[in-house]
Design a protein around this ligand. Structure first.
Ligand code: SF4
Ligand code: SF4
Ligand code: F3S
Length: 398
């Protein structure tokens, strides 16, 4: 008889064949950058595991992250895994409401202390005592604090929970912050934290991180922004199907010009793919059907911090207008503008973590030894950037 506590039974009941499941495990293993020999180990482990206790809290969000994982015309392996692991408590999907829902969360927390995974989507508003988002009269911050205390690890799903996202866009009236911000400030307990950024994130990225957790009882290796390195290690650009047009300098200049119709590169209509780290171009969306660039839309950089405020969506990274308006400022101020329009895509947390000394920055661009500084930055802009970083150094800010 089928055992509903086993993923194997659930997948079979959901119409997923063994072959499709193994193929899916191959995708997860490759996405996590693991040796291919681990595919069968992952399949066996996922078959065997008992339900991982998960508490999923949704704060200031649009439900897009949850929908990304669960909306599908047919059962997918992702939503079956999601359903399998997330039954303990989920703000949006649970059947319970009112007091029963509150009790369900407390029960999930009390019965798996120290063992449950806490998944958070949405940012947390902290302005004015957190009044902008409460659940059953409890502020999001208080609820997160109490659930984080006994969690084994926390997964911030989506750019809102990872970096503040849309709710944090200027002027950020609710004082929205990310889970990581709260940990840094000491407002919630320090726990292992992984950011699965994207607006929304790829369902496979969430599933792969969960699979890694149950397989190795821990989180995968992370990049400097706390994202799984294997999933966010490459830019969208590096794997883009239009890359050959970029290299041939064939660019669409408008959304309905001949270049756009011929599928040329979207760099000059604002594509942020060269500076956006995500696996969209390889994993794609809707069961591998397509991704924004393939369907004619530039990458908006949705998996990078501050993507709403930093760099207009449809402004080319080459556009000079953005910094031209700052020509009456001194060099250091102009350099700040260069930083805020160009460097933020990769160095969004500010110039603090730059390891390179200010006077070595021009060398980075001119010789490009690391192969990552592809932006076209003029000599003047480089000088300004150096002035800005030198001023920061002088003031002891990095
Ligand atoms: Fe919605 Fe995007 Fe925030 Fe997810 S990250 S909750 S999709 S706004
Ligand atoms: Fe790069 Fe964007 Fe052009 Fe693709 S469309 S090659 S990601 S700039
Ligand atoms: Fe987001 Fe760009 Fe992918 S906008 S969905 S990271 S192509």
């Amino acid at each position: 008889m089928a055992n509903p506590d086993r993923l194997k039974s659930r997948l079979r009941d959901g119409g997923i064949s063994r072959r499709a499941f193994l193929k899916y495990c191959t995708t997860l293993v490759s996405m996590l950058g693991l040796p291919s020999g681990l595919t069968s180990v992952m399949a066996q482990t996922l078959d065997r595991i008992k339900r991982q206790s998960v508490i999923w809290l949704s704060f200031q969000e649009c439900t897009g992250c949850t929908e990304s994982l669960t909306r599908s015309p047919a059962p997918t392996i992702e939503n079956l895994i999601f359903d399998f692991i997330s039954l303990d408590y989920h703000h949006t999907l649970q059947a319970a409401s009112g007091e029963a829902a509150e009790q369900a969360r407390e029960h999930a927390r009390d019965s798996s202390r120290g063992k449950y995974l806490l998944i958070v989507d949405g940012s947390i508003p902290i302005a004015d005592g957190g009044v902008y988002s409460t659940i059953a009269g409890v502020s999001n911050l208080d609820m997160l604090r109490s659930c984080a205390r006994d969690a084994a690890a926390i997964i911030a799903v989506g750019s809102c929970a990872s970096f503040g996202g849309l709710p944090q866009a200027a002027p950020n009236p609710t004082g929205a912050v990310s889970v990581g911000n709260l940990m840094e400030r000491g407002d919630i307990d320090q726990k292992p934290l992984v950011n699965i950024s994207g607006c929304p994130p790829l369902p496979t990225a969430i599933a792969a991180t969960l699979a890694h957790y149950v397989l190795f009882n821990g989180l995968p290796a992370l990049d400097t922004l706390g994202r799984p390195r294997a999933i966010y290690g490459n830019t969208v650009h590096e794997r883009c199907s239009r890359l050959h047009f970029y290299e041939q300098k064939k660019f669409a200049k408008d959304f309905d010009d001949e270049g756009a119709r011929k599928g040329w590169c979207l760099y000059e209509v604002g594509c942020k793919g060269p500076l956006t780290h995500n696996a969209c171009a390889t994993v794609k969306w809707n069961d591998g059907t397509s991704f924004p660039i393939e369907s004619g839309h530039p990458c908006l950089g949705c998996s990078e911090p501050g993507f709403w405020d930093r760099g207009e969506f449809y402004e080319s990274l080459l556009a000079k207008d953005a910094v031209a308006e700052t020509s009456d400022l001194d060099s250091a101020e102009s350099g700040r503008a260069v930083f805020e329009h160009r460097c933020v895509y990769c160095h969004a947390s500010g110039p603090k973590p730059f390891r390179t000394q200010a006077d070595r920055i021009p060398h980075l661009f001119q010789k490009n030894p690391s192969g990552v500084h592809r932006l076209n930055v003029s000599e003047q802009e480089l000088d300004d950037l150096v002035s800005y970083l030198t001023r920061i150094d002088r003031n002891g800010q990095r």
